[in-house]
Design a protein around this ligand. Structure first.
Ligand code: PRP
Ligand code: MG
Length: 212
């Protein structure tokens, strides 16, 4: 019998809640630190611990069959990867922010300006939709520092509690999208593995119902 290969975030904000939901649906995993792959004890599932940004490509290639991942990452990578379930955790926004004293009130006001972001494809999509030209600077982390060091007039990043914006003297001016963790599926999943995924999905649905 084959195993369903599920990717989860190796470390970061989704990791703990991802492991918790697997545990709640009865999938227990013995995974030592630094182990990048682990089999479940009591279910035909293997868990792969991967970097967030790499997961869409693995799904696309069919190297993993499913993944617990932020919807925002799927949108950024734009590979039309589908998800079958919203998981109700890791809720966040992807927002545009500017320095508190800036006169900009929306994305439009950043026309001709520089925007620093880890989500260039997402921002590009919104700029194109509204026919706005702006200069994008891709940074991989600590995006909120960009206006303070003169790198950009605005930023686009994830907002969860809002604390990072506040601490860096920034204000949110536009929410591009809202996101949460989802159960995504590879377009190349086999019938046999899809049947395992369906079982997992049913279990997730009942756990989520219980949580509400
Ligand atoms: C993430 C994100 C924001 C912040 C949002 O950064 O990039 O900066 O969290 O959360 P908050 O609204 O609750 O403050 P993270 O701390 O993961 O670090 P990184 O940007 O350097 O990857
Ligand atoms: Mg950050």
């Amino acid at each position: 019998m084959c195993n369903l290969r599920i990717a989860v975030q190796k470390s970061g904000r989704l990791n703990q809640d991802s492991m918790k939901i697997l545990k709640d649906i009865g999938i227990s995993i013995d995974n030592g630190k630094d182990q990048l792959k682990a089999a479940a004890r009591d279910f035909p599932v293997e868990v792969f611990y991967l970097r967030n940004g790499d997961i869409p490509q693995y799904l696309k290639d069919g190297v993993v069959d499913a993944a617990i991942i932020g919807e925002n990452v799927l949108i950024e990578k734009g590979d039309d990867i589908e998800f079958v379930e919203r998981l109700g955790f890791s809720k966040c926004k992807v927002s545009i922010a500017v320095p508190k004293d800036s006169e900009a009130n929306s994305l439009k006001d950043l026309a001709g300006k520089r925007i620093a972001t880890s989500y260039p494809e997402t921002v590009k999509k919104f700029l194109n939709k509204q026919n706005i030209n702006a200069q994008l600077h891709k940074i991989n982390g600590s995006v909120e520092i960009a206006p303070n060091i003169g790198l950009a007039e605005g930023i686009c990043d994830i907002v969860s509690s809002g604390s990072t914006l506040f601490k860096n003297g920034l204000k949110e001016i536009e929410v591009l999208l809202k996101s949460e963790a989802v159960l995504a599926v590879s377009p190349k999943i086999s019938e046999e593995r899809r049947a395992i995924l369906q079982k997992i999905q049913f279990r997730i649905q009942s756990v989520l119902k219980g949580r509400n």
